[in-house]
Every structure is written in structure tokens, then in C-alpha cells.
Design a binder for this molecule. Structure first.
Ligand SMILES: Nc1ncnc2c1ncn2[C@@H]1O[C@H](COP(=O)(O)OP(=O)(O)OP(=O)(O)O)[C@@H](O)[C@H]1O
Ligand SMILES: [Mg+2]
Length: 352
């Protein structure tokens, strides 16, 4: 039997030891009683006896030790399945296989610890961002209410304006809480998708209608790209996809130039997928921000200073929704030329 040095089996080890012992003992017996058949008989019988004895002891020892290691790394009371495993499968594993199992276990633990560290940093950053987002509208509500109470209420030049501003800030808080609620539901997997077949062009048109006034304010036109009018049905959660499209088009308007153009492209790819693109000719997103805009609360500096930005949760929600459909969302952008957000959806499924 060929056995590599690295992978000594109990059989190999027992054979070597028994060989050495039986040879020495039978030589000694032959020396005491120099008859050839006694010597040969002694050699064979001692070899067989030693072989099975050593093999049994070695296996018992190794098996016990390994079982201990497996119990330690699984950290649970052995279930029925594990007992079966210890009894029947484990004894057949070589030390090398066990080493690989243990190595995999160690790698997995290392990854888990790293993930915990990342989550901790994420949580800290999240709380910082959240308190910042809450502070801005709350302080401004506080400011307006105090000013109104200390006399401005009876000043007809400012009272309505201050109340309107207060109301705007309250809306902002409500939006923020709604978005947070949505994100936490998406992240905990609590929100189940209800996927149906629907026409994607019609949904885009509905989204365009709902944002028409906002676009008209900046004289931005909302269109579907030429050649993309052929009706296509997708299979997805319609209301969630409406939310994605609203945020993408809303962003395209907010970060687009006046008199600009927003176009939606719809393409069939790979037969089973539909690619949807929302393109604007706005300010664009610099490369250093591009990979981060899908993070919670992330906004580019220019968006902060332009004062049009929301809380920076929109794209994070979009990403969650698209990922819940097992698809992904990406952005292509050039500063001062424009941005294109792209995501895929599955084509409609035939019912019945
Ligand atoms: N079409 C776009 N053109 C340029 N920049 C964009 C565009 N879309 C998003 N961004 C940048 O990405 C950031 C994140 O977008 P996101 O939709 O997550 O947040 P928001 O629009 O600022 O706030 P919210 O959507 O929560 O109201 C924006 O603040 C903006 O800096
Ligand atoms: Mg947005």
C-alpha cells in the first residue's frame, strides 16, 4: 500500500510497529529454539496479534482525541445526527482531512469576528448620522416655536412664514422616520415581497406623473428613451419598484440642471432579465463618492451644500429593495455630464 509521509494511517503505523516487534521477538525465540518453523510461526502470529492490538489502540486514541476536538468546535451537545457522524463517518477521516476541517472552522470564526467589528463600527456611525439628521430639523422647529412664543406670533409679516417653516421641518422628521422604518424592515427581512407581473413602462409613466410638478419647476423633461416603448412585463413587487423609481427620478430632478432631460431606458438582456436605466444630464457624481452613495445617510458634499438633498437614505432603500429581488443596482456617472442608475429585474413569468 502506497502511503505518503504526510498521511500516515493507523494501518501503516501498526504494520511498521508490529513488523519491528514481531521480527525482534521471533529472532529471540529462534535463538532459544533454533527450529525454522517455530521461528516463522512466531513471526507470523506475533505480527498478526501486534498488528490488530496496536491498530485498535491507535484508532481508539486518535478517535477519542478527534472526537473531543469536533465536540469543542461545534460547541453544542451532540445531536442524533452528530452522534451518527462521530460513530460512522469520523473514524474514516484522515488526520489531514480533520486538519482541513479545523482550519475551515478557524477561518469561519475569524470572519465572524471581523464582521462583528465591522457591524460595531457601522452601528456607531449610524447613531452619529441619525442624531445629526434628527438635530437639524428639531433645532430649527425649536427656534421657530421660541421666536413665535416670544412675540413673533402677533407679527403678521412673519407668523405664517415661521409656521410654514416649522411644518416643513416636521415633514422632514416624518419622512426620516418613515425611511428609517422602511430600512429596518428591509434589513430584518420582515418585509416580504409580493411579486406580480406588470408593465414596467406604465409604472415609469405613473412615477413621471407623480413627479411632474417637481420636474416642471426646473423645466426638466421626463421621457422614455426612443426604441424602448415596446411594452415589457416584469415580475417584481410593483409598489417597491415604484419606490425605487420615485427615488431615482426624484434624485435625477434634485441633482439635475434646469431645463435638463431625464430618460428611462428599458432593455431585454439574456432573455430572462430586463435592464432598467434612469439617466440624467445633471451634476454627476465624482468617482470618490460613486461607491458610497448607496450607504445609509451618505451624501456628496455638493449635495449637502446645495441644500436640496434629503437624508441620504433613498439609495440605500433602493439597494435593499433591488437586492431583495436578488438583483443589483449600479451607477455610471461623469461630473458635469450626468448620471445613469441601472438595475435589473426578472421578466414576467407565465401564469397557469
Ligand atoms: N442623479 C444623481 N445625480 C447626482 N448625484 C446624485 C444622484 N443621485 C444621487 N446622488 C447623490 O447621492 C446621494 C445619496 O442619494 P440618496 O437618494 O440616497 O439621498 P438623498 O436624495 O440625498 O436623500 P433621500 O433620498 O433620503 O431624500 C445624494 O445626496 C447625492 O449626493
Ligand atoms: Mg434620494
Amino acid at each position: 500500500m502506497m502511503t505518503s509521509q504526510k498521511n500516515i494511517t493507523p494501518n501503516y503505523l501498526s504494520a511498521i510497529c508490529s513488523g519491528v516487534i514481531s521480527f525482534t521477538l521471533s529472532l529471540f525465540i529462534f535463538f532459544l529454539k533454533p527450529t525454522w518453523w517455530v521461528g516463522v510461526f512466531a513471526l507470523i502470529s506475533i505480527f498478526i496479534f501486534c498488528f490488530f492490538l496496536i491498530r485498535y489502540v491507535v484508532k481508539l486514541f486518535i478517535h477519542r482525541q478527534i472526537k473531543l476536538i469536533y465536540k469543542l468546535i461545534s460547541q453544542t451537545k451532540a445531536s442524533k445526527r452528530e452522534e451518527f457522524y462521530y460513530k460512522n463517518l469520523l473514524p474514516q477521516k484522515s488526520i489531514e482531512e480533520v486538519r482541513i476541517d479545523v482550519q475551515n472552522w478557524a477561518d469561519q470564526r475569524k470572519m465572524e469576528i471581523q464582521k462583528l467589528h465591522e457591524n460595531e463600527a457601522f452601528r456607531r456611525e449610524f447613531l452619529q448620522n441619525l442624531s445629526h439628521e434628527l438635530k437639524t430639523p428639531i433645532f430649527s422647529i425649536q427656534g421657530y416655536v421660541e421666536t413665535l412664543l416670544s412675540g413673533a406670533l402677533s407679527n403678521p409679516d412673519v407668523n405664517i412664514k415661521f409656521l410654514e417653516n416649522t411644518s416643513k421641518n416636521i415633514d422632514r422628521l416624518v419622512n426620516l422616520v418613515d425611511d428609517l422604518d422602511e430600512i429596518s424592515k428591509l434589513e430584518s427581512g420582515e418585509l416580504k415581497l409580493s411579486q406580480i407581473n406588470f408593465n414596467i413602462q406604465n409604472l415609469i409613466k405613473e412615477v413621471y406623473d407623480s413627479l411632474y410638478l417637481k420636474a416642471a419647476d426646473k423645466k426638466i423633461s421626463l421621457t422614455i428613451k426612443r426604441g424602448c416603448e415596446l411594452p415589457i412585463n416584469v415580475h417584481a413587487d410593483k409598489e417597491k419598484i415604484r419606490q425605487v423609481l420615485i427615488n431615482l427620478v426624484d434624485n435625477a430632478i434634485k441633482y439635475g440642471k434646469s431645463s435638463g432631460l431625464i430618460e428611462a431606458g428599458i432593455y431585454k438582456v439574456e432573455g430572462k432579465k430586463i435592464l432598467i436605466e434612469i439617466t440624467d444630464d445633471g451634476y454627476g457624481i465624482a468617482e470618490e463618492h460613486r461607491s458610497r452613495i448607496f450607504e445609509r445617510f451618505y451624501r456628496t458634499d455638493s449635495a449637502r451644500t446645495r441644500k436640496v438633498g434629503g437624508s441620504g437614505l433613498g439609495l440605500s432603500i433602493c439597494k435593499h429593495i433591488i437586492e431583495a429581488h436578488n438583483e443589483s443596482i449600479h451607477v455610471r456617472s461623469t461630473v458635469d455630464v450626468g448620471s445613469t442608475f441601472v438595475f435589473e429585474l426578472p421578466v414576467s413569468v407565465k401564469l397557469g
